[in-house]
Ligand binder design. Structure first.
Ligand code: PGA
Length: 251
């Protein structure tokens, strides 16, 4: 059977109440139940994680939006990988653009990817340039982010990390990167890993994130050489998520 297409629902700092979070979760679960070709991961605000995940849906997995690389200690406001795991997360976003903007560095992502794997979580390493210029500088930005993020990952574990390419300029924007440009980037990401770290890079799953909705998701899967998408806005609105799932399921 073909690998399931991955849909990551990054709720960010939404919704405002647990009651609404429960509603959104129930609606997402229903969509997941009628989309057997898709694999859903919800990354809710950490405060909602344990209770939503206790529903034990077999169709929806959970992720943390961020977690610290230390196991425990004096880190006010933080969450550890072990705590996320204990609350039944099985994924964690690392280096999301909004975290990088508030200070997360490439070196932090190096420690976080390794800490996630050690805690039994699947890291989703987010990479992407802030702006695109003519000279192809974005490839160098992504190369450096990949190099750092994978630095402490054993060769054999490389395929266990998901890479989400999210050009910062396409997040919260009007339209995504073109599928053709994504295809080029998917090839670049895998080639970079193969060249630097060996054959494990061939099996790497690459995702795309940034302004994906029901109008553009199918084309991105068809032409972008991606294993999944990371959704922001479309993940918190059933009006967008339901037709998106239908469009991707129909491919
Ligand atoms: P968006 O966010 O879908 O709202 O553009 C994407 C993301 O931040 O992953």
């Amino acid at each position: 059977m073909a690998a399931k297409r991955i849909i990551i629902a990054n709720w960010k700092m939404n919704p405002s109440t647990f009651r609404d979070a429960r509603r959104l979760f129930d609606a997402t679960k229903k969509i997941a139940e009628r989309s057997p070709k898709l694999s859903f991961v919800i990354a809710p605000p950490a405060l909602y994680l344990r209770e939503l995940a206790s529903g034990r849906s077999t169709r929806v997995a959970f992720g943390a939006q961020s977690a610290h690389f230390e196991r425990a200690g004096s880190h006010t406001g933080e969450l550890s990988m072990q705590q996320a795991r204990d609350a039944r997360a099985s994924y964690v976003l690392v280096g999301h653009a909004e975290r990088r903007q508030s200070g997360e560095t490439n070196d932090d992502t190096r420690k976080k990817v390794a800490a996630a794997l050690a805690a039994g979580l699947t890291p989703i390493l987010c990479v992407g340039e802030s702006k695109r210029e003519q000279g192809g500088e974005h490839f160098e930005v992504v190369r450096a982010q990949l190099k750092a993020g994978f630095a402490d990952v054993a060769d054999a574990k490389i395929p266990k990390v998901l890479v989400a390419y999210e050009p910062v300029w396409a997040i919260g924007a009007e339209r995504p990167l073109s599928p053709r440009d994504m295809q080029e980037m998917s090839i670049f990401i895998r080639k970079t890993l193969v060249d630097s770290r060996g054959a494990g890079g061939h099996a790497l799953k690459v995702l795309y994130g940034g302004s994906i909705d029901e109008t553009n998701a199918a084309a991105m899967f068809k032409e972008g050489e991606i294993a999944g998408v990371l959704l922001g806005r479309a993940s918190i609105s059933v009006e967008h998520l339901a037709p998106l799932a239908a469009a991707v399921s129909g491919l």
